[in-house]
Design a protein around this ligand. Structure first.
Ligand SMILES: [Zn+2]
Length: 474
């Protein structure tokens, strides 16, 4: 298991930054060229070595204006990106193969063709690959990849590490002061962002796997809005998330309104012919350095809260059942200007990532299930309840549930559900829920007073809801 660590440059002078930025810009052209020539979905398996040899032989490389090692590493990196992009496309195509071919041998042949890059011979595969894998384009021009034998590190008297990166000329080195006492190792990825250099590198993390074993239970989890997760025992994890999101979205709302006002002032000046004033405003009042920094600070806080919450769930469980949070992402356009909802959508992705990576690291199982209607079914009578705010009312027995808790229980039960798979359409899910409820009603009399066996399993409800509200949730 590899984990990525990031070190940041500390008070790097602007001259050095400009030199690195120029190098990154030139390497960006190399990267774009690799994508333009080899990023097409119709071809497979181009080796970076072949590209390198060709570009050295035909003189393409002479125009790059960077050292040989730098562009070669960029080619290798870009080819790895293209491969990853293509493999992601293959996953989608595999699903369509399953639907298209009913015959098992035919399916198997298609899977093999896909795996070994022979989809051009199969009209259906070729069409699907083109559909899912539009020709990629790279506009990334802020990265430098440095191989482990191309840089050196040393420690200053204050304990902080410096790093020597090759410049544009032979034997020229650019020394970057870092904000850490731990020297980066292996291949580095330098990312230049708003005046700072981020040094990304991968390290082995065997200690992480051993230090904290997972629990022994099985838990369903539901993604909430005021907390990261609620589990099927009714515990809330990462309750700070709600406040964090609300504060940030309130702040952004005000800040963005003010920026809009200033921007319109700049535009007005430009219309009146005062170009200098407009430039001045844009330079001094509409910069992005602080905004980017705040954004990354906020993101790292959300990540910390999210990962802590997921760890807490896995402390108890060795099998976590969750909704597939990467499916059905609302589009950016659909969310519009509503900052709060946009931030909430973004945290879904972080939670999905945390669930996958913490499970992998701590050796617990993660099952993704179909989440259709899990937030609307009441676990007591298994009918569609009536939602009001955070509560879910059962219209048959009158029980009141905390909605996220009910969701977590339903998600847990979905894992054992023989009829509802991850890909069952939500209309069919609703139909199934109603059919089952009808069947249960004709078989059992409606029980208003005496609790059934199933109900005894869930002794929470009203008492717990009160307790939950006392904790300041309502
Ligand atoms: Zn009920």
């Amino acid at each position: 298991m590899k984990v990525t660590r990031i070190a940041f440059s500390h008070r790097l002078n602007t001259g050095k930054y400009a030199q690195l930025a120029e190098q990154a810009r030139r390497l960006g052209r190399v990267r774009a060229m690799v994508w333009a020539r080899y990023g097409s979905p119709v071809r497979d398996g181009v080796k970076d070595r072949a590209i390198r040899d060709q570009w050295m032989a035909d003189g393409t490389a002479d125009a790059f204006g960077v050292l040989a090692n730098a562009w070669k590493e960029t080619v290798r990196d870009a080819v790895a990106d293209i491969t990853a992009h293509r493999e992601a496309g293959k996953v989608k195509v595999r699903k369509t193969v399953h639907r298209r071919y009913k015959d098992e041998t035919r399916r198997k042949k298609a899977y093999t063709d896909l795996k070994y890059g022979r989809w051009q011979d199969d009209a259906f595969l070729a069409r699907k690959m083109r559909q899912y894998l539009q020709h990629g384009v790279s506009r990334m021009a802020n990265q430098i990849v440095v191989r482990s034998d191309q840089y050196s590190t040393w420690t200053m008297a204050d304990g902080n590490v410096w790093i020597d990166i090759p410049g544009l000329e032979r034997r020229q080195k650019i020394a970057i002061p870092l904000n850490t006492t731990v020297a980066p190792t292996g291949t580095l990825r330098l990312i230049l962002r708003s005046g700072r250099v981020e040094v990304h590198y991968a390290i082995d993390a065997p200690d992480l796997r051993e230090s904290r074993p997972c629990g022994t239970g099985k838990s369903g989890v539901d993604k909430g809005y005021t907390e990261v997760l609620t589990d099927s025992d009714g515990n809330h994890h990462g309750e700070e998330l709600g406040v964090l999101l609300r504060c940030e979205s309130d702040y952004l709302k005000i800040k963005n309104a003010r920026r809009a006002k200033i921007r319109s002032l700049a535009e007005k000046s430009r219309e009146q012919g005062d170009q200098a004033k407009a430039d001045r405003i844009e330079r001094n009042n509409l910069g992005t350095v602080k905004r980017c920094r705040r954004r990354s600070r906020f993101e790292s806080r959300v990540r910390t809260v999210t990962f802590t919450a997921v760890h807490a769930v896995i402390d108890k469980a060795n099998h976590v059942v969750a909704e597939d949070l990467t499916r059905s992402f609302p589009s950016r356009r659909k969310l519009g200007k509503n900052t709060n909802r946009r931030l909430a959508a973004w945290t879904k992705g972080v939670t999905a990532e945390a669930l996958t990576s913490v499970s992998e690291r701590r050796g617990s199982a993660l099952t993704l299930v179909n989440a259709a209607y899990t937030s609307q079914v009441v676990p007591c009578c298994r009918i569609l309840g009536k939602r009001s705010g955070d509560r879910l009312h059962c219209t048959r027995c009158g029980d009141v549930w905390q909605a996220d808790h009910a969701g977590a229980i339903n998600i847990l039960e979905r894992d054992e559900d023989p009829d509802i798979s991850l890909y069952t359409p939500h209309t069919r899910v609703k139909q199934l829920i109603q059919e089952r409820a009808d069947r249960r009603r004709t078989r059992l009399p409606v029980q208003d007073s005496s609790p059934t066996g199933r109900r005894a399993n869930y002794p929470i409800r009203v008492a717990m809801l009160k307790e939950w509200e006392a904790g300041g949730h309502a």
